[in-house]
Design a protein around this ligand. Structure first.
Ligand SMILES: Cc1cc2nc3c(=O)[nH]c(=O)nc-3n(C[C@H](O)[C@H](O)[C@H](O)COP(=O)(O)OP(=O)(O)OC[C@H]3O[C@@H](n4cnc5c(N)ncnc54)[C@H](O)[C@@H]3O)c2cc1C
Length: 248
């Protein structure tokens, strides 16, 4: 995995061009976008980029998007959940033509990152909706680096149709495990009644994910992140081991 270059030594410290190579569906509305960014300096799981669009009249809008996979040369993968009345996300998810250029800046974020090659503590990940994107980069980094620390993703989605990365998540094997939570409608046979994340959804109070043992990352909409972080604190996870990222 490429390590991020020192700031100032790459074209992407400022805005630079990247080309949309492919767009694939994750759910009925969410899309993965693969961009080619020549000269990209590399990045770490958990980091994000800013994407800037410029209209014909010169109007510009920029938004942040988490990187969904560890660095792979000049290829960047992001996941976009369009917001109904949003300015940028519906255009990225539906309209930006494959082959078109955008501007990107990054990699950004030095706190919400996980370094697989340095990992000694287990990894506990809590995702709400599209907040799974940077946490997926961590799980993919775990896989490609051959990390041996236990990793657990607790992933809350509204219903099975809103699940991102379904088949890839199902293929993870120990020491990686995934627990899916459904807030509105659960699949047939799921013993857990639909509902938002609760203390009983956190891993056992002993073992590799006991409070104080794992590094914890929480990502999603602000409401999810605040609620989940409170549950973790109540369960005894030390605040300094919990890193959060809010999507707005
Ligand atoms: C670090 C970081 C990482 C992120 N990663 C991802 C990611 O991986 N995937 C992803 O899908 N998103 C991600 N986001 C969110 C993303 O940056 C955008 O905020 C999101 O895509 C919505 O942008 P938009 O332009 O479509 O919506 P906007 O036009 O910004 O609107 C968003 C909402 O705010 C409302 N709004 C806008 N302007 C106003 C106003 N003046 N007053 C009141 N309400 C207003 C709109 O009605 C809409 O409901 C991330 C955000 C951060 C900060």
């Amino acid at each position: 995995m490429a390590a991020p270059a020192a700031r100032g030594s790459t074209p992407y410290q400022r805005w630079a061009r990247a080309t949309l190579l492919a767009r694939t569906p994750e759910t009925g509305t969410a899309r993965t976008l693969v961009l080619r960014a020549p000269g990209w300096p590399g990045h770490l799981p958990g980091q994000h980029i800013d994407i800037r669009l410029t209209a014909e009249d010169g109007y510009r809008a920029a938004r942040s998007y988490s990187l969904a996979a560890p660095g792979r040369g000049e290829h960047l993968e992001v996941g976009v959940q369009p917001v109904d009345d949003g300015e940028v996300s519906p255009y990225l998810a539906e309209d930006l033509p494959v082959g078109a250029d955008v501007e990107v800046r990054g990699p950004l974020g030095g706190w919400f990152v996980w370094r697989p090659e340095r990992a000694t503590a287990p990894l506990l990940l809590l995702a709400g909706g599209s907040g799974v994107v940077p946490l997926m980069a961590m799980l993919r980094g775990h896989r490609t680096s051959g990390a041996r620390v236990p990793a657990r993703l607790v992933y809350s989605v509204r219903d099975p149709a809103q699940l991102w990365y379904g088949s890839e998540l199902a293929a993870f094997a120990p020491p990686v495990s995934v627990r899916l939570l459904h807030t509105r409608a659960a699949p047939p046979g799921d013993p857990r009644p639909p509902g938002r994340i609760a203390s009983t959804d956190l891993p056992d109070a002993d073992g590799p994910f006991a409070p104080g043992v794992p590094d914890v990352f929480v990502c999603g909409p602000t409401g999810f992140v605040e609620y989940a972080a409170d549950l973790l604190l109540l369960a005894g996870h030390p605040a300094e081991r919990i890193r959060t990222e809010r999507f707005g």
